[in-house]
Design a protein around this ligand. Structure first.
Ligand code: HEC
Length: 277
């Protein structure tokens, strides 16, 4: 549930912990700039080492920014004087300091973070965009939305949307079993890979069932279920694994209270007692 930091470029290409420009990341950056008409394509295809490549791109970008700043219209920069803008732009290009006013992000390495805003590429993610992606649920239930569902409602959802792949009652389908194998221990499951790993013998938290189904299932239409439907089908799967009774309703309060048999085998990175919703 930690709110994602606003980012200016894809963290995939600027992996966490990277302290200098990464070659794949730089390729993407150079490509982006090229497509935007910002810089000419590199003249040579000779491989560069990271330091050489960094220097080359920095020089290109410096040149480009100098020209860009010089031609900027007054209406685009009403909040800064020309001298402020030039000094703040040009003096920080090769450094790793974040642009003023932005939140430092550990997911980006220094150079793109400092450069992206100054190249006027992209735009900050809106609150609505962030909220739409901010759907993770912690083991203790933090992040669960309003809504609820019963085992019976879940049976309906399951038979409409899941049974074709996962089989009647969560077993014997073409895709992974969702129930059964109750009581099997991790040692048994490891020794015999043909034994079914299921929600009932392998999953540490009931809340993960909700999170996983909401973001990933049904496989052919992930994200299509309402929160009530996800609660309901979660209830049905917990029922199939004999973790709740058939008359139980599952919601943001009751779901985290379901203790999973496999929880004892996991060491939590999220101490439950530290939870404060
Ligand atoms: C088109 C086939 C398909 C449909 C329909 C489908 N699933 Fe799945 N499901 C899969 C596949 C394939 C996997 C394994 C995905 C993986 O391991 O990455 C999976 C995995 C799962 C898992 C994780 C199982 C585990 O223990 O690892 C759950 C839970 C699940 N599906 C629930 C559902 C629910 C609930 C529905 C209906 C709302 C549904 N699925 C519909 C194909 C499907």
């Amino acid at each position: 549930m930690e709110r994602p930091t606003r980012t200016w470029s894809c963290p995939r290409f600027f992996p966490q912990g990277s302290s200098r420009i990464h070659t794949p990341g730089m390729t993407i950056l150079a490509l982006t700039l090229t497509l935007a008409g910002a810089i000419a394509p590199p003249a040579t295809a000779a491989p560069l080492d990271s330091a050489q490549a960094t220097a080359q791109v920095t020089t290109q970008i410096r040149t480009q920014i100098t020209a860009q700043v010089a031609t900027q219209t007054a209406s685009q920069v009403t909040t800064q004087t020309t001298s402020q803008r030039q000094s703040s732009t040009l003096s920080t290009i090769p450094t790793t300091s974040p642009p003023s006013g932005s939140t430092p992000s550990s997911t980006l390495n220094g150079a793109p973070k400092a450069l992206a805003p100054r190249l006027f590429l992209g735009s900050p993610a809106s609150d609505a965009t962030i909220q739409a992606l901010d759907i993770d649920i912690l083991p203790d239930g933090r992040g669960l939305p309003p809504g609820d569902g019963t085992v019976n409602e879940g049976l309906q959802v399951y038979n409409d949307q899941c049974v074709s792949c996962h089989g009647e009652g969560g077993q014997n389908g073409a895709q992974p079993p969702l129930a059964g194998g109750l009581g099997l221990t991790p040692a048994q499951l490891t020794l015999d890979p043909t034994l079914p790993k299921t929600i009932g013998n392998y999953w540490a938290y009931a809340t993960t069932v909700f999170d996983y189904i909401r973001r990933a299932m049904p496989l052919n239409r992930p994200g299509s279920l309402s929160n009530d439907e996800v609660y309901a089908v979660t209830a049905y799967l917990l029922y199939l694994n004999q973790l709740i009774s058939s008359d139980q309703t599952i919601n943001a309060q009751s779901l985290p209270a379901v203790v999973m048999p496999a929880q004892q085998y996991y060491r939590s990175a999220y101490p439950m007692e530290a939870a404060s919703p």
